[in-house]
Design a protein around this ligand. Structure first.
Ligand code: FAD
Length: 307
C-alpha cells in the first residue's frame, strides 16, 4: 500500500512559491475544504489555489518528489468523496481558474477554465442565443471541472444527455506533471483513442482538468412545462412509456412520488397536490410555432389524470 509523507515546512514554502502565496494553512480555513456533500470530514494539511496549468503541473511534480497526496477540488458539492482529503495532503482548489476563455458562436464551442460555475456559462451562452444543456441540480454552485470529473447530469438528460455528451476536448495535467490535450474543438474528431471519454467521470483520479472545450446548441425558441397528477404510481409510470412510445422526447421528465411531493410542499408551500400518489413534471422545448396554441412560453400548466 502506498504510504504518504506529511507536508514539511520546506515543502509548504515550495507550494507557496509555486502558487504565489495563494495557500491556506489555518485550521478554520482548512475545515471549509475538509468535506463534500457526504459530510465526512478529513482535514487537509494545506489548500492551494492554482491559476494556471503550469502551476498545477509544478505542484504535481513536487508531490511526486515528496510523496504527499494532492486532491483536486471544485466547489466540494460532490457525493462521491472524491474531493475529500482522506489521507491529508494538499487540496488543490481550481475555483480561481474561473474564466470563460471564449464562446465561439461560429462553431458553437465554449472554451472554459475548470472553476467556472455551470450556471454562469449557461447564462453567458444564452445571452448569445446558445444553449449548454447539462443541468445538475447543483448548477448554481458546482464547477464545470467538477461536472466533467463526475459526468454530472440533471433532468434534461432525457433529451439532451449528460456532461460527457458535450465535452469535445480537455487540457489535463497528468499525475506526473505532463500537460496533455485530448479531443478537439470540432464536432468530428474520430482519429485515435478516445481519451476525452476516458477522463470524463474519472473523479480526479487520472489527472487535473485545466481547460474544457464544450459543445453548445442553439437555444430552443420556446419551452413549456406541465405538471401531470396521477392517482397511482403505476399510471404515472405507464404514462412515461406512452410519451416515449409516441416519439415525444421531453426536455425534462421527472417522476415525483407522494413522499417527495409532501416534502417539497412542506418546504415550498407551492400548492402541490399532497394527496396525489405521483406527479410527472414534463417540460418540452423546441420551435416557437409549435407552442403558439399552448399560451405563453414558460408558464406551467397542470393536468389531472383519473385512474
Ligand atoms: C444540492 C446538490 C444537488 C446535486 N445535484 C446533482 C445532479 O442533479 N446531478 C449530478 O450529477 N450531481 C449532482 N450533485 C453532485 C455534484 O454537485 C456534482 O457531482 C458536481 O459535478 C460536483 O462539482 P464540484 O465543482 O462541486 O466538484 P467537487 O465536489 O469539488 O469534486 C468532485 C470530484 O471531481 C474532482 N474534480 C473537481 N474539479 C476537478 C478538476 N478540475 N480536475 C480533475 N478533477 C476534479 C474532485 O477531485 C472530485 O473527485 C448535487 C450535489 C448537491 C449538493
Amino acid at each position: 500500500m502506498m504510504t504518504y509523507n506529511k507536508i514539511t515546512p520546506a515543502v509548504l514554502q515550495d507550494i507557496k512559491n509555486i502558487v504565489q502565496g495563494e495557500v491556506f494553512t489555518q485550521t478554520e480555513d482548512l475545515i471549509c475544504f475538509s468535506y463534500d456533500a457526504l459530510n465526512q470530514k478529513f482535514l487537509p494539511e494545506a489548500v492551494a489555489f492554482a491559476r494556471t496549468a503550469g502551476q498545477v503541473s509544478e505542484l504535481l511534480r513536487l508531490a511526486n518528489r515528496h510523496l504527499f497526496p494532492i486532491i483536486p477540488r471544485g466547489s466540494g458539492s460532490g457525493f462521491t468523496g472524491g474531493s475529500v482529503p482522506v489521507k491529508g495532503g494538499l487540496v488543490l482548489s481550481l475555483t480561481r481558474m474561473n474564466n470563460i476563455i471564449a464562446i465561439d458562436t461560429d462553431n458553437l464551442v465554449a472554451e472554459v477554465e475548470p472553476g467556472v460555475i455551470t450556471a454562469e456559462l449557461q447564462n453567458a451562452v444564452e445571452k448569445l442565443g446558445l444553449f449548454y444543456p447539462p443541468d445538475p441540480a447543483s448548477l448554481k454552485f458546482s464547477t464545470l471541472g467538477g461536472n466533467v470529473a463526475e459526468c454530472a447530469g440533471g433532468p434534461r438528460c432525457v433529451k439532451y444527455g449528460v456532461t460527457k455528451d458535450y465535452v469535445l476536448g480537455l487540457e489535463v495535467v497528468l499525475p506526473g506533471g505532463d500537460i496533455v490535450k485530448t479531443g478537439a474543438k470540432t464536432m468530428k474528431s474520430v482519429a485515435g483513442y478516445d481519451l476525452t471519454s476516458f477522463l470524463v467521470g474519472s473523479e480526479g483520479t487520472l489527472g487535473v482538468i485545466t481547460r474544457i472545450y464544450l459543445k453548445l446548441l442553439p437555444l430552443p425558441e420556446a419551452r413549456r412545462t406541465m405538471q401531470a397528477i396521477f392517482p397511482s404510481m403505476d399510471a404515472a409510470a405507464k404514462t412515461v412509456s406512452a410519451i416515449i412510445k409516441a416519439k415525444i422526447i421531453p426536455s425534462t421528465l421527472e417522476f415525483v412520488d407522494q413522499a417527495a411531493i409532501r416534502c417539497v410542499e412542506e418546504y415550498l408551500h407551492a400548492g402541490l397536490p399532497v394527496h396525489a400518489e405521483a406527479l410527472l413534471i414534463i417540460e418540452v422545448d423546441g420551435d416557437s410555432k409549435r407552442w403558439m396554441s399552448c399560451g405563453r412560453s414558460g408558464v406551467p400548466f397542470r393536468h389531472r389524470f383519473s385512474s
